[in-house]
Ligand binder design. Structure first.
Ligand SMILES: Cc1cc2nc3c(=O)[nH]c(=O)nc-3n(C[C@H](O)[C@H](O)[C@H](O)COP(=O)(O)OP(=O)(O)OC[C@H]3O[C@@H](n4cnc5c(N)ncnc54)[C@H](O)[C@@H]3O)c2cc1C
Length: 493
C-alpha cells in the first residue's frame, strides 16, 4: 500500500489555538453574523456531523469545531495509539458519506499501487479489515476535502475544550477553557467518551502507552474486561514485547466472537412482538440455532437484526432495558461486536496455549504500588475478596459516554438536556435533537453518536452515526433556510 498522505487543513480554515490564526480565505459571501453551527468534539462523529452539514446546508454559513486534540477525525477509535490495530468491520461496510456505502473502499483502493488485476484487488480489499489508523486518515481527508469544496463557508477550528453552554437571546453561548466564547445558532454535541486523559490512579486507561522495555520486563498483565478493548490491549502488548501471563477478569467471561467468512448475507428474522427482553433473547437464540442447522452462519441473523435494533430498544420499557443491561449485555456485545477471524484466532491461541487466563469476577478496587498494581477481586459466587498483584493493569471495561464533564453538566443544570434513565447518554430524538426538561426538544441542540446510546442503543458504530448525522444536518439545513428567508424578507421590507 502506498504511503497515506497526511491530510492538512483547507485554506479557508481559521485555526485558533494558543499560537493564533494560521490561515483564512478572504472575500467570502458572509454576513456580519453568519448562521453558525458549532460542533463540539472533532472525533469521528464530529467529522461526520461537519460533512453532513456541509452537504445539506445550501446557504452560506460558518462552522466552528471545538476539539482539544490536533488529530481531527480520529478520536479514541482511529488514532495512532496502536497503528496495527485493525478495524472490526470490512472495508466495504464503512463510509463517512451518507448514501455512499462504498466510499472508504474506493478511497483505500485509490491509495494502492493498483497493478493489473484491478477488479480482483478491489474485491479483495472490500473483504479486508484494514488498520484503524488508516480509516482515521480517510476521515480527515474527507473532512478537509468537503470543507475545501465550499467557497461560501468559513471553517474555524478551536483547539480547546468546551466547558459550558447556555442560551443567550436566541443563540447559544459556549464557554471554553480559554478566554473567548463561541456564539452559535446550532450546537452539535459530538463529545462521546470525553477528552482522552490518562487515568492517573487505579488501572491504566486502555490507550495509555507503556514503553516496550517495561512491557518486556512485565511478568503479568491484568486486563479488566473481556471485549474488543481487551483484545486490542493484549495483542498490542504482545506486539510490543510482552511475554508474560495475561489475566483477563470479567463478570460473565464472554470473549468476542469472530466474524463469519466473507459473503454472508444479512438475514431478517421476525422476532415476536414481545416487550420482554428474555422472550426476545430466547427467540433470537432459536433463530441463530436454526440458521446454523440450515448452514447459515448465526452472524447473518445478528446482521439482519441491526436495522431494527433502535425500534426494538425503544419498544422496551426502561425496566426491561435495565434488565438487558444487567444480565444480557455482555452476551449481546460478544456476538454483535465481533473480531476479524485472524485476530480471533490469535486471541483464542492466547487462551488455548496457556498464555492468558480468564477469571470470572469483578474488580472492586485497583491501587498502584510503585510501578506495580494490586487488584481487589470478588469472584463470581463468592463473598470473599482476594488481592491479585500484577506488573500492569488496564481498564478494558469499555468506553462510556462522559456525562460528568462540565459541558454536559451545564446543559443538565440549565434544563437544556437530561440524561436517559440508565445514564448512558442524553434523551434525544432519532435525529439527535436533544430533549430538555419538560420533555420538549431544545431547538438547535443536537447530540450525535455514542451520547445517544441510552435512548437508541445501536448508535455507536460508523453506519448508524453517519445516518444520524445526516438526519441531524437535514434538520439544521431547514433551520438555516428559515433563518436565511427571514433575513431576505427583513432586507426587502
Ligand atoms: C477502540 C474502538 C474501536 C472501534 N472500532 C470500530 C470499527 O471497527 N467499526 C465501527 O463501525 N465502529 C468502531 N468503533 C465505534 C465508533 O466508530 C466509535 O464509537 C466512534 O469512533 C465514536 O466517535 P466519537 O467522535 O463520537 O467519539 P470520540 O472518539 O470519543 O471523540 C470525541 C471527541 O470529542 C472531544 N471532546 C470531548 N469533550 C469535549 C469538549 N467538552 N470540548 C471539546 N471537545 C471535546 C474529544 O477530545 C474527542 O476527540 C470503535 C470504537 C472504539 C472505542
Amino acid at each position: 500500500m502506498g504511503a497515506t498522505r497526511g491530510a492538512s487543513l483547507p485554506p479557508q480554515t481559521l485555526c485558533m489555538s494558543n499560537v493564533g490564526i494560521s490561515g483564512i480565505r478572504t472575500g467570502m459571501l458572509m454576513r456580519k453574523s453568519p448562521f453558525t453551527v458549532c460542533v463540539v468534539g472533532g472525533g469521528f462523529t464530529g467529522s461526520a456531523a461537519a460533512i453532513a452539514c456541509l452537504t445539506r446546508i445550501k446557504t452560506p454559513f460558518r462552522l466552528v469545531m471545538i476539539e482539544p486534540s490536533s488529530a481531527l477525525g480520529r478520536g479514541v477509535a482511529y488514532g495512532s495509539h496502536h497503528p496495527l490495530n485493525l478495524l472490526n468491520v470490512r472495508t466495504r461496510n464503512l463510509s463517512i458519506r451518507a448514501g455512499q456505502p462504498g466510499d472508504f473502499l474506493n478511497w483505500a483502493f485509490g491509495q494502492l499501487d493498483q497493478g493489473e488485476n484491478q477488479a480482483g484487488l478491489h474485491e479483495a480489499l472490500a473483504h479486508t479489515f484494514l488498520p484503524r489508523q488508516l480509516f482515521g486518515e480517510y476521515v480527515r481527508q474527507r473532512l478537509f476535502e468537503t470543507v475545501a469544496r465550499r467557497a461560501d463557508f468559513e471553517f474555524t477550528v478551536i483547539a480547546g475544550t468546551a466547558l459550558a453552554c447556555a442560551i443567550e437571546g436566541d443563540r447559544y453561548r459556549i464557554a471554553l477553557d480559554r478566554a473567548e466564547t463561541v456564539v452559535a445558532d446550532i450546537v452539535v454535541l459530538a463529545t462521546a467518551y470525553g477528552v482522552v486523559r490518562s487515568a492517573g490512579t487505579g488501572a491504566l486507561a486502555p490507550f495509555e502507552m507503556v514503553p516496550g522495555e517495561r512491557l518486556a520486563r512485565a511478568g503479568s498483565i491484568a486486563l479488566i474486561g473481556s471485549g474488543l478493548t481487551m483484545t486490542d490491549v493484549l495483542l498490542s502488548a504482545r506486539r510490543d514485547g510482552f511475554q508474560g501471563k495475561a489475566l483477563v477478569i470479567s463478570r460473565r467471561g464472554q470473549l468476542p466472537r469472530p466474524h463469519a467468512p466473507k459473503g454472508v448475507v444479512p438475514q431478517q428474522v421476525g422476532l415476536p412482538r414481545s416487550r420482554r427482553v428474555s422472550m426476545l433473547a430466547a427467540a433470537l437464540r432459536i433463530a441463530c440455532e436454526m440458521a446454523e442447522e440450515n448452514g447459515t452462519p448465526w452472524q447473518a441473523i445478528i446482521n439482519g437484526l441491526r436495522p431494527s435494533l433502535q425500534d426494538i430498544w425503544q419498544g422496551l420499557a426502561a425496566d426491561e432495558q435495565a434488565r438487558f443491561l444487567r444480565h444480557l449485555r455482555p452476551f449481546w456485545e460478544a456476538h454483535r461486536h465481533r473480531l476479524p477471524m485472524e485476530v480471533h484466532g490469535r486471541l483464542r491461541a492466547e487462551f488455548s496455549e496457556g498464555r492468558a487466563h480468564l477469571l470470572r469476577g469483578s474488580v472492586v478496587e485497583v491501587t498502584r504500588d510503585g510501578e506495580r498494581f494490586k487488584l481487589k477481586l470478588k469472584r463470581r459466587a463468592s463473598e470473599e475478596h482476594e488481592i491479585i498483584d500484577a506488573d500492569l493493569a488496564f481498564d478494558c471495561s469499555g468506553f462510556k459516554p462522559d456525562l460528568d464533564q462540565s459541558l454536559i453538566a451545564s446543559l443538565f443544570a440549565r434544563g437544556l438536556a437530561r440524561p436517559d434513565p440508565h445514564r448512558l447518554g442524553l434523551v434525544v430524538r432519532r435525529n439527535g435533537e436533544v430533549m430538555g426538561e419538560g420533555g420538549r426538544p431544545t431547538e438547535g441542540l443536537f447530540a450525535i453518536g455514542p451520547l445517544c446510546q441510552g435512548t437508541l442503543w445501536e448508535i455507536t458504530a460508523v453506519p448508524e452515526i453517519v445516518a444520524q448525522a445526516d438526519q441531524a444536518a437535514e434538520s439544521v439545513a431547514a433551520l438555516s433556510e428559515s433563518e436565511a428567508g427571514a433575513e431576505r424578507r427583513a432586507a426587502s421590507a
